[in-house]
Design a protein around this ligand. Structure first.
Ligand code: SF4
Length: 517
């Protein structure tokens, strides 16, 4: 379990993310095989940070970046986004859970009972293979119980203590439906208001008198006033329901377990449960910058069209809104592109400039989180630093959060606040950059860092060369996946998956024999 960090604001919480891609079966009876691109990844990403992700090619870095943006449907696990609240978005899955509270609680209690039984078996098991097997079973049961608990507790908090969840379900469903209604009304009013402003300014430009403008827009004004009145009524109703919920919750506040459950209620949005349409509207906040700037830009569109596409698709600007053009030019300038580039096509630019266009397209949407997937790897070294500095400047100005994926350890060291090291689908080590580079605790990180070319002539420096090939992600090695190449491997490494845990402050490692200093 990833620890909460009190000084920083959580933006994304990834829990036990799995991304398996099925392989085509060779015959009908053949076992279904999967490429296990991401295998149980848990990580917290904080607002305003750059999280570097490093590892050999094929380790699952890019898949992880895309999976947490939900560009691939996650096979398992939870990805919770805190950049928007459930109330703001009102996703459908919340309603489904609230309606099923009584049966979900039964499922949770059963899974918790199973976990207790398996813990007792594990504690009694003899040391050796029996104990390893019991431990694996216990871990699986712990995960099921935790998933069941979190799905509910994240939405109902202290109500987990209620014996009969039927009444709770009804009132929470009521509140939620009213919130969805309020949200829809707000969107409608916002759209009508933009329409009204557009109409007013075009009439003004045509030289119409105040009286004529008023007459022309009166029907739309009346419609907006009617919708606002309706919204007022819905908001008042929500207030009433909320205060009733609070007084129902008061019954459980003195219970010793109340805080334990209630603090799990956090208003985050589980991206894995969103519908396609909901996820599409969320894309504005979660952007991707690609490695190859040329193939990611439509060659038939001008720079202006490329940057404006998303702005119109996400209703940030109406197509008739004249401010859009000004905004696009400002964004180009912010990304180091001259304003007159706006009418040019991608093939007229150099690699570095194309990457700036890709960055402008993402940043224009004012996202909260950007995955930069090998964003500078295709560029000349001299251009790489310009793009990295642009990304760093934009991060400051726009309060962005990055996941920066690269196989280049020097680039990662320069740009990242924290670094995660991936091996065969898992994050094996995660720490603040300086700490990780100075004191790697995982043997794989030690080997990776040892492979950085250096000009230092230090005869005493031990160079440890990583031997052997990366095993197949279809049938990865048992226990610790690195055991086939690890010089510290022992019997337990072959049989038990090491837990990813915090060893020193903010330094997480998954290894049975962590390196010490
Ligand atoms: S768990 Fe064992 S095999 Fe894996 S990295 Fe640690 S020492 Fe090496």
């Amino acid at each position: 379990m990833v620890k909460e960090n009190k000084d920083k604001k959580l933006l994304l919480r990834v829990e036990n993310l799995k991304q398996y891609f099925p392989l085509k079966k060779t015959s009908i009876r053949a076992e279904q095989l999967y490429v296990r691109a991401n295998d149980d990844v848990s990580i917290d990403i904080y607002e305003g940070e750059t999280l570097g992700l490093v590892g050999e090619s094929g380790c699952g870095k890019s898949t992880l970046g895309r999976s947490l943006l939900q560009l691939y449907k996650q096979t398992d696990g939870r990805t919770i986004f805190y950049g928007k609240t459930i109330d703001e978005m009102a996703p459908k899955y919340v309603l489904d859970i609230l309606k099923k509270l009584p049966s979900l609680k039964r499922e949770y209690l059963e899974s918790a009972k199973k976990e207790t039984e398996l813990r007792a078996i594990y504690e009694k098991a003899q040391e050796g293979d029996d104990q390893y097997r019991a431990l694996e079973k216990l871990r699986a049961a712990e995960k099921t119980a935790k998933d069941n608990l979190l799905d509910m507790a994240q939405l109902i908090g202290g109500f987990m203590l209620a014996e009969d969840l039927q009444a709770v379900s009804e009132i929470l469903v009521n509140e939620y439906e009213a919130s969805i209604n309020a949200h829809k009304l707000r969107v409608k009013i916002a759209k009508e208001t933009v329409k009204l402003e557009g109409l007013k300014s075009s009439l003004k430009e045509k030289g119409q008198s105040e009286a004529a403008i008023k007459k022309e827009t009166s029907a739309l004004e009346a419609k907006i006033a009617e919708q606002s009145k309706e919204l007022n009524g819905v908001d008042k109703n929500i207030e009433l329901i909320k205060s009733k919920i609070e007084s129902m919750l008061d019954q459980y506040r003195s219970h010793p377990d109340f805080d334990k459950y209630h603090k799990l209620r956090d208003g985050g949005i589980n991206l894995t449960k969103l519908t396609e349409l909901e996820m599409r509207s969320m894309r504005k906040d979660l952007q991707l910058i690609f490695q190859d700037p040329y193939s990611s830009l439509n060659p038939r569109l001008t720079v202006g069209q490329i940057v404006s596409e998303g702005l119109y698709a996400h209703d940030i600007f109406d197509k008739r809104d004249k401010n859009a053009q000004e905004y696009i030019l400002e964004t180009l300038e912010k990304c180091g592109l001259a304003k007159y580039f706006v009418h040019r096509y991608p093939h007229q630019f150099s690699g570095g400039q194309r990457q700036r266009i890709g960055i402008a397209r993402s940043v224009a949407l004012q996202p909260k989180f950007i995955v930069c997937d090998e964003a500078v790897s295709a560029l000349d070294v001299s251009i790489q630093s310009q793009i990295i500095n642009l990304l760093l400047d934009l991060k400051e100005q726009e309060n962005l959060t990055y996941m920066f994926i690269s196989h280049d350890l020097s680039v990662i060291k320069y740009i990242s606040d924290r670094v995660g090291v991936m091996y065969l689908g898992n994050i094996v080590e995660l720490a603040p950059t300086a700490d990780l580079y100075a004191h790697p605790m995982h043997p794989y990180t030690e080997a990776l860092l040892g492979s950085i070319p250096t000009t230092d002539v230090d005869d005493n420096k031990k160079v440890y060369v990583l031997e052997g090939d990366i095993p197949s992600p279809i049938k990865p090695p048992s226990g610790c996946k690195f055991h086939t190449r690890c010089r510290y491997a022992t019997d337990i490494c072959k049989k038990v998956v090491p837990i990813f845990e915090e060893v020193t402050t903010d330094h997480f490692v998954a290894c049975h024999h962590k390196l010490t200093y």
